[in-house]
Design a binder for this molecule. Structure first.
Ligand code: MRU
Length: 353
């Protein structure tokens, strides 16, 4: 039976929607000029949507994967009945293989697997759906809390630079770096946000600018290479970014270009804040050197908007994340508290305290 597309309001806080027993994603590949939702019907479709950047941003990837488990379990249970658990092992593997760097994906799948382990032959959908919705809800609450904690660190009024999109679109809602910016703006501490364009997917230009503009927070776009010159002019109080994975010693993996931004920030005496929920902290990796860094197709760099622009025959290197050493980070802000000048001991205290 054909299910009609619901009329969902295309807002950054509405990018992952469970509606009438279906998962809908706001297609982030075509924002902001087009606002379209896609309905996902199978675990494979959810994995493809994550890999192909329909949804992106560490917490959003984890939440989406959790709903992917619900969809996959529902379908195998309908087909296999009591043997559903064995039958869905392939879906779990496919979801886990969708993107390698954001640990929130593996964290969310682990939570879903724990629920699966506790289920029997009964219909798994209600329990799994409740868990996916809890993951979604908890992420929004974490962002609101860390947003306020991060805003407390900003003396203001000042201007800030952010990189990529660590906003509502990248999370369950409100955002991490943009959550801090939202809270700080509401407290009158932010004059201007500068958004790095973020080659090659233009998350800054297409997504961060769109969602800040929706909230009437003043935002100016920069090409990534202009950030150091802007810092040299003065008036930038903080660099505020999100993260895809934070190692046990406080090293931070985030969108390629974050490391360069932190180097420039140190030179110019600008502070660096990393805003992330504790679901982004991976205590099983000792340092950033152990974090797998995704490399995507050269075509993403050699072209733009599907059009080839680079020199034919010339290759491109396309790592999509980098690691900023803990020593270059002034504060890691999580929903459990702030870690100033992070190191292994302080990270362990945060995660166990
Ligand atoms: O490749 P993307 O768009 O998934 O990269 C996203 C980022 O690097 C974000 O900064 C990070 O996931 C934090 S999102 C709150």
């Amino acid at each position: 039976m054909e299910v009609p597309m619901p009329n969902i309001q295309p807002h950054a806080d509405n990018a992952i929607v469970w509606h009438d027993e279906h998962l809908y994603l706001l297609d982030q590949r075509i924002l902001p000029l087009q606002t379209e939702f896609i309905r996902l019907n199978t675990g494979d479709e959810v994995a493809n949507a994550i890999r192909d950047m329909v949804v992106r941003g560490a917490p959003a990837i984890g939440i989406t994967a959790a709903f992917g488990v619900v969809i996959a379990a529902r379908s195998v249970w309908e087909k296999e009945g009591a043997g559903w658990k064995e039958a869905m092992a392939a879906d779990l593997t496919t979801l886990a293989a969708s993107r390698p760097t954001a640990v929130n994906l593996f964290w969310a799948l682990e939570r879903m697997q724990k629920v699966i382990a506790g289920l029997g032959a009964e219909n798994p959908t209600p329990r799994l759906l409740a868990e996916a919705q809890a993951i979604h809800r908890e992420d929004i609450a974490a962002n609101r809390r860390l947003g306020d904690l991060g805003a407390d660190l900003i003396a203001g009024p000042t201007s800030v630079i952010t990189h990529c999109n660590a906003g509502a679109l990248a999370t369950g809602g409100y955002g991490t770096a943009l959550g801090v910016i939202r809270s700080a703006f509401a407290a009158g501490k932010i004059k201007q946000v500068y958004a790095d364009e973020t080659r090659p997917w233009l998350q800054g230009s297409r997504l961060t600018a769109w969602e800040l503009n929706q909230d009437e927070i003043p935002v100016t776009l920069l090409i990534d290479g202009a950030a150091a010159s802007l810092m040299a002019r003065g008036g930038i109080g903080w660099i505020i970014v999100g993260s895809d994975r934070i190692a046990a010693n406080g090293d931070v993996a985030n969108k390629i270009g974050t490391y360069g931004l932190a180097v420039a920030a140190k030179y110019h005496g600008v502070k660096v804040m990393v805003a992330a929920p504790t679901s982004t902290v991976d205590m099983s990796v000792a340092t950033g050197a152990d974090i797998p860094i995704e490399e995507r197709a050269a075509a993403e760099v050699l072209g733009c908007g599907g059009k080839q622009l680079g020199t034919p025959g010339v290759d491109a290197w396309n790592p999509v994340f980098d690691v900023t050493p803990a020593s270059m980070v002034d504060a890691i802000v999580t929903e459990r508290g702030v870690v100033h000048r992070p190191n292994a001991e302080k990270m362990a205290n945060l995660m166990t305290g």
